[in-house]
Write a protein that binds this ligand. Structure first.
Ligand code: F42
Length: 145
């Protein structure tokens, strides 16, 4: 079993702890927005350690859309590099935990469709894209198997 290394950011680590400890009944929204969050458990590309990252809950049918916005910061979040190398993840959506496989969306038309769904679920993504020159990465997570 790989070691779990919690996020170095207090508010992120605390959200993961509360979400998991409550079995997905508490800590499931982004602070004061009230909008739902999922927990993506994945593998560090250098350490091989278990990483847990809360992201906004964006659904496309049975799939989830993962948006590497990090508030429009100039660099991709580290988890983006992890998912590019280790695409098998586990997603907790409230009380449901599922094995999923992610792929980065490269096709422009597919990305545009998923981006619109993401912005509808979490409108600040649109503003985050205007804050940075990097193109915000979008992944789709599909049930494994
Ligand atoms: N971030 C988003 O990008 N999109 C969202 O929709 C989003 C929603 C959200 C909702 C609730 C919440 O609490 C947080 C939310 N966040 C969202 C923030 C998100 O959870 C991440 O904190 C943020 O995206 C930054 O991701 P990060 O992977 O850069 O995390 C940093 C703080 C971090 O943990 N860094 C680690 C560290 O120790 O500095 C590195 C972790 C790591 O994966 N290391 C790799 C390894 O091998 O273990 C090595 C990686 C390498 O290549 O160097």
């Amino acid at each position: 079993m790989a070691e779990y290394i919690p996020s170095p950011r207090d508010w992120v680590r605390e959200q993961v702890e509360l979400y998991e400890r409550s079995g997905g009944t508490k800590g499931t929204t982004l602070r004061d927005t009230g909008l739902p969050v999922i927990i993506v458990t994945h593998t560090g590309n250098r350490t091989g350690a278990i990483r847990k990252t809360p992201l906004m809950r964006v659904k496309d049918g049975a799939n989830y859309v993962l948006v590497g916005s990090q508030g429009g910061a100039p660099r991709h979040p580290v988890w983006v590099h992890n998912l590019r190398v280790n695409p098998v993840v586990e997603i907790r959506d409230h009380t449901v935990v599922q094995a999923m496989r992610v792929r980065e969306v490269e096709d422009e038309a597919e990305r545009a469709r998923l981006w619109d769904i993401a912005v509808a679920a979490f409108p600040p993504y649109a503003e985050y894209q205007t804050r940075t020159t990097r193109k915000i990465p979008v992944f789709i997570a599909e049930p494994e198997g």
